[in-house]
Design a protein around this ligand. Structure first.
Ligand code: SF4
Length: 346
């Protein structure tokens, strides 16, 4: 496998790459009266990246930018319209059902709403037993061992206190721990976590983020963390991808991006992070002004140009910017970093 993602850690070898997302598109057809095609919602519109084993990336962007569709397409819940996913050397395109089933065994999913993700009439024991049975773990003792281990890993202890409980008897934080236990019980190589803490109380958010970070370290699991909230990335993210209008518009290592956000949209997102100091009356800063672009009729050129204070007339509204290198392992899709406009960022 070729390494094409220039934001990967230097020295990454092809065998270190777990996931390769190549030219991924997911469009949803819109029909009038259910009959006449009137267009497509281009929810993911040309996304490329690679992820190493044990690495974690955060995909950040406003709601409606396509990040949850990206998560679901990577999970194989939606078939891609174009492009492909290569996981551990195997192409996953939905046509090979055996490959898709194998892939799903190795990828865990942590959803936003833990209560909605859990079957209400099943006990914790049954919720964790089910994926083991479905995936052919025949020995009941082995299943019990793995159920206990998963509960201990997510700190739902003593285990006996939880096995007979139903989801509604757990707090929101405990429900999300159970969702994570279910996601890790088949020993996945990758977890996709879609806004895993956005519906939880602030008091338990940090605990859940730290738990994901600990599990990643302990089991060398790769994580794709989807969020609208840049303030939560520091717990375990190696790289950040900023998504806007169905595309990744900036990619860099976490420290570099937090220190040196370069795309005007990424800069606006950074400015919107609340200051943790409760004495600061301006702690809730401004979010980027204007509306996110329509994914059915996105603006021509750079999709951020109608909101961008630095837009260059006749350029940004006409041509789509490619990814320019902005230092090591840092790519930005913005004309300000092209050679011909470099003087405007000097
Ligand atoms: Fe703004 Fe132009 Fe850069 Fe887009 S390409 S972010 S409109 S300066």
């Amino acid at each position: 496998m070729e390494i094409f993602d220039k934001t990967m850690r230097p020295g990454t070898k092809p065998e270190d790459v777990l996931l390769s997302v190549e030219g991924l598109h997911k469009w949803f057809e819109i029909k009038r009266l259910g009959l006449f095609r009137v267009g497509d919602v281009k929810a993911v519109d040309g996304v490329d990246f690679q992820l190493a084993r044990g690495e974690s990336v955060t995909v950040v962007g406003e709601s409606g930018c396509g990040k949850s569709t990206l998560a679901r397409t990577i999970l194989g819940l939606y078939g891609p319209t174009k492009g492909r996913i290569v996981f551990d050397g195997r192409v996953i395109d939905g046509t090979d059902k055996e490959a898709l089933a194998w892939y799903r065994r190795h990828v865990g999913f942590v959803q936003q709403d833990p209560f909605g993700a859990l079957p209400p009439f099943m006990t914790v024991q049954r919720i964790l037993n089910e994926p083991l049975v479905i995936n052919g773990v025949k020995d009941p003792e082995e299943r019990q061992r793995r159920i206990r281990k998963a509960l201990e890993d997510v700190r739902l202890m003593p285990v006996e206190d939880y096995l007979t409980k139903f989801p509604h008897q757990l707090s929101g934080g405990q429900q999300q721990r159970l969702v994570i236990a279910r996601a890790i019980i088949l020993e996945p190589k990758l977890i996709v976590a879609d806004e895993p803490v956005s519906m939880l109380d602030a008091s338990v958010r940090v605990e859940i983020m730290q738990l994901l970070g600990r599990l990643q370290q302990q089991y060398n699991i790769s994580i794709i963390y989807i969020t609208h909230d840049l303030s939560t990335v520091r717990y375990f993210s190696d790289r950040i991808f900023v998504m806007y209008g169905a595309k990744l518009i900036e990619k860099a290592r976490t420290k570099e991006l937090l220190k040196n956000p370069s795309h005007p949209y990424a800069q606006a997102l950074m400015n919107a992070i609340p200051d943790p100091d409760p004495d600061n009356v301006d702690r809730f800063r401004e979010v980027p002004g204007g509306e996110p672009p329509s994914l059915m009729n996105p603006p021509a050129g750079c999709r951020f140009h109608p909101r961008c204070p630095a837009a260059i007339k006749g350029v940004c509204d006409v041509q789509e910017p490619p990814h320019f290198e902005r230092g090591e392992q840092h790519l930005v899709a913005c004309w300000l970093y092209g050679e011909e406009h470099a003087e405007q960022t000097a």
